[in-house]
Every structure is written in C-alpha cells, then in structure tokens.
Design a protein around this ligand. Structure first.
Ligand code: GLU
Ligand code: MG
Length: 440
C-alpha cells in the first residue's frame, strides 16, 4: 500500500518492561533529528506493561532527557501491510548535554561489550531466536511442526520473511513450532548490539504483520499455563581482535574453548541473579520449569534443550569448519526481558568468569530432577528462581550483579518488577497468562 502523506520514522527505546516506546518524526527530518534527538524523560523507566507508572519511583515528575537515533540501527519495510512503511530507529538515551544516561539499556550493552573487549580482546557475535503464538488466527487444527501448520497461516510466513529481509534483519528461518499455533523466527548472527536491535525489530514487525492480518502475535512466555512456552534463545560466540572465531576448541570437552568455558562458568555462577533481567515477568516462571525444554537449573550441556546453556550443533557436511558455526545458547530468556539488558547481563556475568579464570563447567547429562541433592551439588546444579519475587531476591542478593549497574537503576528495576508481581498477586495462573498474552 502507498500513501501520499509523508511517512514517519519512530525513534525508539526499549524499556524495562521490554516495551518499545518512542517518538515519531517526519522522514525528511530524521537526519536533523539525529544530532540532538527527541525528548524523553527519566520516569519512563518506571512505566509498567499495564500503562501505569510505579509510584513512588526514584525519578518523580521532573527531569528531561534526549533519545538520539542511531542511524545504523534503522529498520524500514513497506511489507507489513500497513498504509505507511514500518520505520524505526533504535536510539540511545542521553542527558541534555549529550552524556550517556545511566538508565539507557542500549548503552549498558555497549559498555559491557567495550569492557569485555578491553579486558579480553573478545567481541560477541549473537543472535536472538524468538518463539511466538498467533493467539487468534482461527486456524484449523494442524500437527506440530507440520507442513500444514505453516501453510494454514499463508501468506503470513513468506510475508514475515520478506518484511524482515527488507528491514535488514537478515532472517534465517520461519517455522511452525511444536506448540499449537506457535511459530519461531531466527536471524543471522551479528555483532551483539546489532543482534539486540534486530530482536526489537523482529518483535515489532511480527506483531504489526499479524495485526494487519487481523490476528495477534504474542511473544508472552506462556500464553496459557499448559501452552508450550515461548522462549527467546540468545545465541553467542566470540571472535578475537583479528575476527577469528575462538569459541571452539576440538581438544576440549564438548569443543568448548577455555575462554568460552570461563565465560559460561561466569554466566552459570550469576544465573540466579540475572534471571529477573532475562525472564522479567510473573509468567516467565511458569516457563522455567524442568521438562519443558526451557531452562531450570544452572546447567551447561552439549546439545541438550533442557539446559540453561546449550552448546549448539555444528554441521560438518562437506568438510565444513565447525569453528565459525560453534555457539552457545542462553535459554533462560523470554520476550518480557529487555534484549539489551538481557545480553548486557549475560556478557557481564561471562566477563566475571573470564576475569576469575574459572574452569569450564562440567557438561551435564541426565535429568537433574532425578538426581539427589548431593549429585546436583557435585555438578554445581542450582535451581533457578521459581517466581519473579524470588528472582528479584536473588538479584538483590548478588552484589556482583547489582554492582554492574548504577544503584538507582537497580532500585528502579527491582521496584518496577516488585510492583508487577504485587499487582498480579491475587490472580490465578490462567488469568495471568491471559493478561500477558495480550500485553506481549
Ligand atoms: N519452547 C521452548 C522454550 O520455551 C523451546 C523449544 C526449542 O528448543 O525450540 O524455550
Ligand atoms: Mg524453538
């Protein structure tokens, strides 16, 4: 569809509720806007997913910021079926003098990446794999992952692929997943900041396309208590300063290089503390349960989908080199977590492991729920927090994790999330899933 009006570009930021918010400017004004950005305000960091603001919050009613678009993070496509193009640019929040604002999660990710590189010479290559439900597609029943399951939604999948391609997201595959009316979309690995920007674009483009089909795409971690969970699997690997992949070492167990192993050990050590940042809603904890192929213990495994850190497969067909394919996925994440903050937390935790030169964690096989307490302890398996309040307690209790952030940022995050849990305290799981299904 075309329109004779001048299209708008959204300058956006993604907040602690993982909601992408922003301000729109005329396309012809974007270059000018890039210098000083658009207005933003501190208290927006305390916005809940319920269109309310936590009160009291550390920010109050005063204060102003600027949201500066990063023109390299622009996603534009005419293919969502809307009257005007989908056009968004991710931005960084700064103070009025241009200095980075301590509550900007995109900046937090950039800083974490710089610190990792300064300390170790490593850069992160990442990809976000998203699962979602089309909640009200009204589809005829179909078998899981079947040809028919994807075709019944036609032309949704090819339209999504085309829109993501045009937007520059570099999609890889769109599939019908295991769950009823569940789909998955992946993108090509990229530098970590680009990957997080792509995660934002994927969520919004998918939702917009579904909306234009008269449906609702929901990335909620559980669309119903018994539904198959919607995970966000964050894939990561490392390159050195010469761009050489350094995650793989065939001489090590599972092919995990010593450096990548130290990183993984750091992630597992701080996993209970960072879970609230990567799985940030009440319903997230209905997903993080054993036997649901999500994540439930501080567990590294070679190609096991129950693990929190899973070494992904590499393909050697035709003599292909595993080194560049080799990556690990962090599975304790979902789309109620801010992608920048999620990846920043994983990188910071991994950096702790590298700085402490931790040994690679053991590769665990088997079912932790069938192990004795002593067996689990021997393998370092700790159950992840089982509720959002427990995850917030674990966050606050890990002074290493809280130390990565400004105290007022932690105060804001914990206050926001405690408010979210308290607000839903009287509801049963089915009602809570219903609510998140419409919000995400
Ligand atoms: N749906 C599962 C989750 O909640 C993941 C299934 C898979 O491995 O793709 O994370
Ligand atoms: Mg999947």
């Amino acid at each position: 569809m075309t329109s004779s009006v001048e299209p708008l570009v959204a300058v956006v930021t993604t907040d602690l509720s993982a909601v992408t918010r922003g301000r729109f400017v005329a396309e012809s004004k974007l270059q000018k806007t890039a210098a000083t950005g658009v207005g933003w305000l501190q208290a927006n960091l305390s916005l809940t997913p319920f269109n309310s603001i936590v009160d009291p919050n550390p920010w109050g009613s005063s204060g102003d910021l600027r949201l500066i678009p990063d023109l390299k993070a622009r996603f534009r496509t005419t293919r969502t079926g809307s009257a005007t193009p989908f056009d968004m640019v991710a931005g960084d929040i700064v103070d009025l003098d241009g200095s980075p604002w301590l509550g900007c999660t995109r900046t937090m990710l950039k800083n974490a990446l710089v610190e990792l590189k300064d300390a170790t010479g490593l850069s992160v290559i990442a990809a976000f794999e998203h699962e979602f439900h089309v909640a009200d597609g009204g589809f005829a029943p179909a078998h899981s992952m079947s040809f028919a399951a994807l075709r019944r939604a036609d032309p949704f999948a090819p339209n999504l692929m085309a829109a993501l391609e045009e937007a520059g997201v570099a999609p890889e595959v769109v599939i019908a997943e295991f769950g009823d009316e569940q789909f998955e979309v992946t993108h090509e690995p990229a530098d970590a900041l680009t990957a997080a920007d792509r995660a934002v674009a994927i969520r919004e483009i998918t939702r917009e396309l579904a909306r234009n089909a008269g449906w609702r795409a929901s990335f909620a971690p559980k669309t119903a208590p018994n539904a198959v969970g919607n995970g966000v699997h964050i894939h990561f690997s490392f390159v050195d300063e010469a761009g050489k992949p350094v995650t793989y070492d065939p001489a090590q167990p599972g092919g995990l290089s010593a450096k990548a192993g130290a990183f993984c050990a750091g992630v597992l050590r701080h996993l209970p503390g960072i879970t609230a940042m990567t799985a940030s809603s009440v319903s997230s904890y209905y997903r993080l349960k054993p036997h649901s192929w999500s994540s439930s213990y501080t567990w590294l495994a070679d190609r096991d989908r129950e693990a929190s850190l899973r070494i992904c497969p590499t393909v050697t067909i035709g003599g292909r080199d595993p080194a560049r394919q080799y990556n690990i996925e962090y599975r304790a994440a979902d789309a109620t977590g801010n992608p920048y903050l999620s990846l920043a937390a994983v990188v910071r935790a991994g950096l702790e492991g590298l700085k402490a030169e931790l040994p690679s964690p053991p590769l665990v096989t088997g079912d932790p729920t069938l192990m004795s307490e002593a067996e689990r302890a021997k393998l370092g398996l700790v159950r992840l927090p089982e509720t959002l309040p427990a995850a917030l307690d674990a966050l606050v209790a890990d002074s290493t994790v809280t130390g990565w952030f400004a105290p007022v940022f932690i105060e804001t995050f914990v206050g926001l999330k405690r408010h979210e849990a308290e607000r839903l305290a009287g509801l049963d799981p089915a009602s809570i899933c219903d609510l998140y299904r419409t919000l995400y």
